[in-house]
Design a protein around this ligand. Structure first.
Ligand SMILES: *Cc1c(COP(=O)(O)O)cnc(C)c1O
Length: 380
């Protein structure tokens, strides 16, 4: 039996997306590959509402973060790194290894970054070369209002580098409107595609910065990627993950057919209803302030520090969720990327109830009705 994936990547994806990836291989140095790349690029630009072409290359989200650090940060640059969880810490580490002079701004876990946090950071370091932000902190289920945070910076101020690995596709993310200079993401979360494609999107200012020095990495050299995209027909400087690109194309068609805006609302409704189900059971959510609760991932506190036990009990029921990360091992994290709607919601909520009983938790039974009431009310 195939376990149902509620992990924050990879996720359970529609059959048509996986099936598309099984189509015969084509050469990446001729048509129809060039058209495929063009089509994907156009759809991604509509999703992101940008004019600049995003760069797609083999890798995961971490690879995309590495590409941002290699192309937009030079050794010795002063960089304020805002972090409210394990992935903010990872982005910081990547920038530090690139030689950045890191000014850490540690935000308490369980909420997102605010404009006030950004102002505090600038007070400590008034003229940084760059700031690092995480759109959706997957380790805690907290989302950051990037537009508000970036508005606290001077428009000609630091470069804004964003980890949008777990938000792109599931949460509105508009780099050009908000002023993001470098955005990193990947295929296996909100983009409903198998793992293996990294995504980087730069602003004109980001490209100017990347062009101003030579990238220490050949593989992640974004200006080189851009030169290949701008040949008479777009292509990659080296072998791209062709079959994954088929799937990504299909996934973007799926999302666009659904309607990007409608899809974002569906994610918020799903996460909201899941939170209601957990609370009705007697479990509490890690992110207390609802305005910071992520539409993509929910972290649930498991009483008695039984996060790992719950994860294993769920596995025994054919369901995969994630345990806590870093300094919060007692969480259970559930992602809301896949399109299953109420059927999936009742599956995960019901499974958590069953697994919780198995782990000796004292849970209340009428959560499904409470959740169903909220689900139907929001659908009106
Ligand atoms: C998953 C994730 C990453 C790491 O992505 P990989 O694809 O596992 O390399 C980085 N940042 C965030 C916010 C994530 O959710």
């Amino acid at each position: 039996m195939q376990p149902h994936l509620f992990t924050p990547g990879p996720v359970t994806i529609p059959h048509r997306i996986r099936q598309r990836g099984a189509e015969p291989l084509i050469s990446h140095r001729r048509e129809p590959f060039f058209s495929l790349l063009e089509e994907i690029s156009a759809r991604l630009k509509r999703l992101l509402r940008t004019k600049e072409p995003p760069v797609l290359f083999p890798g995961s989200g971490t690879g995309a973060l590495e590409a941002l650090a290699s192309n937009l940060i030079a050794p010795g640059d002063r960089v304020i790194s805002f972090s409210c969880g394990a992935f903010g810490d990872r982005f910081r580490e990547i920038a530090a290894r690139r030689g950045a002079d890191i000014i850490p701004a540690d935000i308490p876990w369980g909420r997102g970054v605010t404009a006030d946090d950004v102002k505090d950071g600038l007070f400590r370091c008034p003229d940084p070369a760059a700031v690092l932000l995480t759109h959706n902190e997957t380790s805690t289920g907290a989302v950051t209002s990037l537009g508000e945070c970036i508005a606290a910076l001077h428009p000609d101020g630091p470069l804004v580098l964003v980890d949008a690995v777990s938000s792109l596709g599931a949460i509105p993310c508009f780099p050009e409107e908000w002023g993001i200079d470098g955005l990193a993401s990947c295929s296996q979360k909100g983009l409903l595609t198998p793992p293996g494609i990294a995504v980087a999107a730069l602003s004109p200012r980001g490209w100017a910065r990347a062009n101003s020095f030579s990238c220490p990495s050949y593989y992640f050299d974004l200006p080189m990627h851009r030169r290949f995209l701008e040949k008479d027909r777009p292509q990659n400087p080296y072998t791209p993950p062709v079959t994954l690109l088929y799937s990504l194309d299909e996934a973007l068609r799926f999302l666009e057919d659904f309607g990007f805006g409608e899809w974002f609302r569906m994610k918020a409704r799903t996460a909201g209803t899941f939170g209601t189900a957990c609370e009705a059971m007697g479990l509490s959510l890690y992110v207390k302030d609802p305005t910071f609760r992520s539409p993509a991932v929910t972290a649930v506190k498991v009483p008695g520090g039984k996060g790992k036990e719950m994860k294993r009990a769920l596995e025994a029921l054919g369901v995969d969720a994630a345990a806590g990360q870093g300094k919060e091992p007692s969480l259970l994290r559930v992602a809301h990327y896949s399109p299953g709607g109420w059927a999936e919601l009742s599956l995960i909520a019901g499974s958590i109830y069953g697994a919780g009983k198995k782990c000796g938790l004292n849970l209340r039974p009428d959560f499904l009705e409470t959740a169903w009431n909220r689900w139907t009310k929001e659908g009106e």
